[in-house]
Design a protein around this ligand. Structure first.
Ligand code: MN
Length: 200
């Protein structure tokens, strides 16, 4: 049984960048829906007691429904954690150095990530992934993610952005680029750095 994780901040904590209504619906309805569906789908199956990471890394053995809902469960759990009302700015220390080494400089990284977010066609996610010894930016469709064995760009995700319309439509309507540029103000670089430091 997977449990819907609580937000570590209030629905309105990310205002004005992400509005309270969007956070409430996104967490309480969308994420809750993926979590409940996943639990129903795997009830009485051999994967019901597995870690989510193990399910994802063997997702090719599962149905499309499990793939969509296991991804939706994991991706949103990560998304809430890598945002914070005290976010924004730049990473510090070794992560900043590695971002600079991989992308030239921090603004270059932001530009490339934003460009992929703005041009990803349809619903999906944008990722900063540790792949072997380097950092790469990638995107996935629907609820796929870099931990899945069916994904082209595999690795360990340390940062992600939800570009489904449900993530921004109430406030930004069709203007995804405005949502993406606002989102940088709430990125929790401390958490992203923790993920980076714990895996490398
Ligand atoms: Mn979402």
């Amino acid at each position: 049984m997977f449990e819907l994780p609580d937000l570590q901040y209030s629905y309105d904590a990310l205002e004005p960048y992400i509005d309270a209504k969007t956070m409430e619906i996104h967490h309480d309805k969308h994420h809750a829906g993926y979590t409940n569906n996943l639990n129903k789908l795997i009830e009485n199956t051999y994967i019901k007691d597995k870690f989510i990471e193990d399910i994802l890394s063997n997702i090719s053995e599962q149905s499309i429904a499990v793939r969509n809902n296991a991804g939706g469960y994991y991706n949103h759990s990560l998304f809430w954690k890598i945002m914070s009302p005290d976010g924004g700015g730049e990473p510090e220390g070794e992560l900043l150095q590695v971002v600079n080494d991989n992308f030239g400089f921090f603004d270059g990284f932001k530009d490339e990530f934003s460009k992929i977010a703005n041009t990803h066609f349809g619903s999906g996610w944008v990722w900063l992934v540790i792949q072997n010894d380097k950092l790469i930016i990638s995107s996935t469709s629907n609820q796929d993610n870099p931990l899945m064995d069916i994904t082209e760009q595999k690795g360990f995700p340390i940062l992600t952005l939800d570009v489904w319309e449900h993530a921004y439509y109430l406030k930004y309507q069709n203007k995804r680029a405005d949502y993406v540029s606002a989102w940088w103000n709430v990125v929790n670089w401390k958490e992203v750095s923790n993920r980076f430091n714990n895996i490398k």
